[in-house]
Design a protein around this ligand. Structure first.
Ligand code: ADP
Ligand code: ADP
Ligand code: MG
Length: 667
C-alpha cells in the first residue's frame, strides 16, 4: 500500500484518552507546534487534560464504553474539530485493531502500527507462533489452536508443574492463573476462561511453564515506515502486584552488558518479524539467567519515561515523526545509555485496605518541583475529582541519576516531599517499597510485594513531641493567617503579648487513640510549649505550605494542612493525621459508616454471602461488591444478627447506599 495513505504530516492531533497519558501527549504535541484536541466524558468536564488541550469534545457519559471506548464518537469528534490524526495513548483503544482501521477508513492518521500489525501481535498465542518461527526464545509451553480439556491437560503434563494458564487475548494481568499440580488444572482453566470471556470476549488459553523467581524485562523498540527499526534498551518491571507493574526502572540492574545485547537483539528480531512501525514493547520473563518472550504491546507503555530519561529521546515526539512519515533520526549505534531512571506509579488507592481504590476531590495536591533529575507526569491538579469510572493512576514520579542508588534516593525524597489530601494514595507504600533493603540490593522477583505486604503497609508511628508542638504551631499559624490585618487579633505578634502571661490548652488524638495534651504559654517573654513536665522554647516562621519550627534549638520544616479539626502534618518523622479535640466539647462519637454496611464506592453486587436472620460473628462476610474491577467483601462490623439485606446479586449500587442491616447481639 502507498505509505502516504497511512503516514503523512498533519497539524491537528486528537488524543483519544484521558488523565496522565493525554496530558503527556499534549505536552509534546504542543512543543512540536501541533494543535491538540482532547476528548472527555461527562465525568471529566473539569479534568486537567481538557484544560490543557486547544480544543475539547464531549464524547458521552462517564462509562468508558459509552465514551472513551466509543469508536464512532471518537471519529466524529475528529471530524468536528478538523483533526487529521489520532493518538490512542495506552489502555482504552490503544491496542484495538478495529479502532486503528476505523481511523484509517475515516482518512485519519493513526499514531501507531497498522491494524494488521496489531492483529498479528495482539494475540499472545499468535505472536508466540510468529516468534517461534523468527527464532526468538520462548517459555516452554503450549499455544496451539486445540482447546479441549484433554489437549490442555496433556500439554500441562508435558511442560511440568508449576505452570501458568493465560488468556491468549489477555492484558493487565487478567485471565491468568498459576497452577501447581494436575488436580488444580481443570478448575483453574474454568475460572481463567470465565474471566477472559468477560474481560476480552475471547476465552482461548495458552499454557506456559511458570518461570522460577520471575523477573519482568522488556525492551522498548520503535520502527519507521522506511524499514528502520531500533531498540532503545530495556526496562525492568519486576516489582508487581497482581501481575501489574508498580515500580519500573531502566536499565535493568539484573542484566550484564552481554545479556543486554542479547535481549535487545531478540526484541529487534521479534518486531522485525512483522516489519513493525511505531513504538512498541517486547516483554520477556527471566529467571535471572535466560530471558523468554511472553508478549508484545503494540503501543506506548505507562513506564516509557524511564527509557526517555536514560536515552534523552522523547518517545512521543518520535511516534509523531514516524506518523508524519519521517525516517527515525538516529541509527542504532547512536542510541546511548546514560545513567539510571526509576519510576513509581502513584495511585488513588489504600494499601492498608487491600489497595481499595479511593475516589473523591483532591483537596491538596503538592508535589515537589521537577528539578534535580525529577520528572512528574501527572493527570490531575488540586481541586480535580478522582472518579470511580477509570483507572486510578494519578501520576508517575520518575527520577534520573548517574547511578541506581542515587536515582532511588531522589525518587524517595520526591515521594516523601509530596502531600496529597482528600483521597488516599499509595505514596507512603511506594516510599517503603523503593527503600526496602532487598529492592535496593535487587534481590527481588515478581512475588516480592505480596510476600512483604505487611512490612510495606505499616501505618505511621504515634505523634511525638515534635508533632504535638507542630500541631499547635499549625493551628496558631492558621488563625493568624485568617485574622491578618485585624487590629484585635491576639496572634498578631505571635509569641508576645503586652499584658501578662496567658495559657491555652490543646488536646489531640490519632484515630480512637488516647488524647495527648499540650499547653501553649504566651504573653510577656518568649512563648513556650508544655508537654507533661517538659517546657520547650520554640519559634515559628511561616512559609509556603507550612512553616519552619525551631524546637530546642533545632529548626525543621513542617508541611501542614488543616481541615476543620483534622490536621495533617508532615515532619522529619513522617506523615501524621491528628484530630484536634474540640475544647468546647461537642465531640459526639462519630459513626462514619463503620457500623453500617454501605457501599464504599459505586459498584455491582456480585455475591450475597449471608442470609437474613443469620447469626454473625464480628467480621463475618455479608456480601461482595465489585468496585473498579476489584472485588471487595463487606463484613459484619460487630457480632449480631443479619436483620435485612437490601440488595441482590447484579444490583448496581451508588456510593453510601446502605446494603444490609446488622443488629448487634445483646451482651
Ligand atoms: P499481560 O498481558 O496481562 O501483561 P503478560 O503475559 O505480560 O500478561 O504477563 C503479566 C506478568 O505475569 C508478567 O509481567 C510476569 O511478571 C508474569 N508472567 C508472565 N508469564 C510468566 C511465566 N511464564 N512465568 C512467570 N511469570 C510470568
Ligand atoms: P504497561 O503494559 O505499560 O505495564 P499497563 O498495561 O498497566 O501498562 O497500561 C495499560 C493500562 O493503563 C490499561 O489497562 C488501563 O487500565 C490504564 N490506563 C488507560 N488509560 C490511562 C490513563 N489515561 N491514565 C492511567 N492509566 C490508564
Ligand atoms: Mg504484559
Amino acid at each position: 500500500m502507498d505509505r502516504s495513505k497511512l503516514y503523512r504530516r498533519f497539524r491537528t492531533l486528537l488524543i483519544a484518552n484521558r488523565g496522565e497519558i493525554a496530558c503527556r501527549v499534549i505536552r509534546t504535541a504542543r512543543a512540536m507546534g501541533l494543535r491538540t484536541v482532547a476528548v472527555y466524558s461527562e465525568a471529566d468536564r473539569d479534568a486537567t487534560h481538557v484544560a490543557l488541550a486547544d480544543e475539547a469534545v464531549l464524547i458521552g457519559p462517564a462509562r468508558a464504553r459509552d465514551s472513551y471506548l466509543n469508536v464512532e464518537r471518537l471519529i466524529e469528534a475528529a471530524r468536528k474539530t478538523g483533526a487529521e490524526a489520532v493518538h490512542p495513548g495506552y489502555g482504552f483503544l490503544s491496542e484495538n485493531a478495529e479502532f486503528a482501521r476505523a481511523c484509517f477508513d475515516a482518512g485519519l492518521v493513526f499514531v501507531g502500527p497498522t491494524a494488521g500489525m496489531m492483529t498479528a501481535m495482539g494475540s499472545k498465542s499468535g505472536s508466540k507462533a510468529l516468534m517461534e518461527k523468527a527464532g526468538v526464545p520462548l517459555v516452554p509451553g503450549y499455544h496451539g489452536e486445540a482447546q479441549d480439556d484433554a489437549t490442555l491437560a496433556k500439554a500441562a503434563d508435558k511442560i511440568g508443574f508449576p505452570i501458568l494458564v493465560k488468556a491468549s487475548a489477555g492484558g493487565g494481568g487478567r485471565g491468568m492463573r498459576i497452577v501447581r499440580s494436575a488436580a488444580e488444572l481443570a478448575p483453574a482453566i474454568v475460572s481463567a476462561k470465565r474471566e477472559a470471556k468477560a474481560a476480552f470476549g475471547d476465552d482461548r488459553m495458552l499454557i506456559e511453564r511458570y518461570v522460577d523467581n520471575p523477573r519482568h524485562i522488556e525492551v522498548q523498540i520503535i520502527g519507521d515506515s522506511h524499514g528502520n527499526l531500533l531498540s532503545l534498551f530495556e526496562r525492568e518491571c519486576t516489582l508487581q502486584r497482581r501481575h501489574q507493574k508498580v515500580i519500573e526502572e531502566a536499565p535493568s540492574p539484573t542484566l550484564s552488558p552481554a545479556q543486554r545485547e542479547i535481549v535487545c537483539a531478540a526484541a529487534r528480531k521479534a518486531a522485525g518479524a512483522v516489519n513493525y512501525v511505531g513504538a512498541g514493547t517486547i516483554e520477556f520473563v527471566s529467571d535471572g539467567k535466560d530471558v523468554f518472550f511472553i508478549e508484545m504491546n503494540t503501543r506506548l507503555q505507562v513506564e516509557h519515561p524511564v527509557t526517555e530519561l536514560i536515552t534523552g529521546i522523547d518517545l512521543v515526539e518520535w511516534q509523531l515523526r514516524v506518523a508524519f512519515g519521517e525516517a527515525l533520526p538516529l541509527k542504532q549505534d547512536e542510541i546511548k545509555l546514560n545513567g539510571h531512571a526509576v519510576e513509581a506509579r502513584v495511585y488513588a488507592e489504600n494499601p492498608t485496605k487491600n489497595f481499595m481504590p479511593s475516589v473523591g476531590r483532591i483537596s491538596t495536591w503538592r508535589l515537589p518541583a521537577e528539578t534535580g533529575g525529577l520528572r512528574i507526569d501527572a493527570g490531575y491538579r488540586e481541586g480535580d475529582s478522582v472518579s470511580p469510572y477509570y483507572d486510578a493512576m494519578l501520576a508517575k514520579m520518575i527520577a534520573w541519576a548517574p547511578t541506581r542508588d542515587v536515582a532511588i534516593d531522589r525518587l524517595n525524597r520526591a515521594l516523601e516531599d509530596s502531600d496529597v489530601r482528600g483521597i488516599v494514595t499509595n505514596i507512603p507504600f511506594l516510599s517503603a517499597l523503593i527503600t526496602h533493603p532487598k529492592v535496593r540490593a535487587n534481590a527481588i522477583d515478581t512475588g516480592f510485594i505480596e510476600r512483604e505486604l505487611a512490612a510495606l503497609t505499616q501505618t505511621a508511628s504515634a505523634p511525638g513531641e515534635l508533632e504535638l508542638c507542630a500541631a499547635v504551631a499549625a493551628i496558631v499559624n492558621d488563625e493568624e493567617r485568617a485574622t491578618q490585618g485585624e487590629a484585635s487579633s491576639p496572634w498578631q505578634t505571635f509569641g508576645w503579648m503586652p499584658v501578662g502571661r496567658r495559657q491555652r490548652s490543646f488536646a489531640f488524638r490519632v484515630g480512637h487513640g488516647p488524647e495527648q495534651k499540650i499547653t501553649l504559654n504566651y504573653g510577656s517573654g518568649p512563648s513556650t510549649l508544655v508537654i507533661g513536665e517538659r517546657e520547650l522554647a520554640f519559634a515559628v516562621v511561616p512559609k509556603d505550605a507550612g512553616f519552619d519550627l525551631t524546637l530546642d534549638g533545632v529548626k525543621s520544616s513542617v508541611a501542614a494542612v488543616i481541615d476543620g479539626h483534622e490536621l495533617y502534618l508532615r515532619t522529619r518523622n513522617g506523615r501524621f493525621d491528628l484530630h484536634w479535640v474540640d475544647p468546647f466539647g461537642g465531640e459526639s462519637e462519630e459513626h462514619v459508616g463503620e457500623d453500617k454496611i454501605v457501599a464504599p464506592l459505586p459498584g455491582t453486587v456480585v455475591a450475597v454471602l449471608a442470609e437474613e436472620g443469620a447469626k454473625l460473628e464480628k467480621g463475618a462476610p455479608i456480601l461482595t461488591l465489585e468496585v473498579m474491577k476489584m472485588e471487595q467483601t463487606l463484613r459484619a462490623p460487630f457480632a449480631g444478627v443479619l436483620k435485612t439485606v437490601k440488595c441482590k446479586v447484579g444490583d448496581i449500587v451508588q456510593e453510601g447506599v446502605e446494603l444490609a442491616v446488622v443488629e448487634p447481639s445483646e451482651e
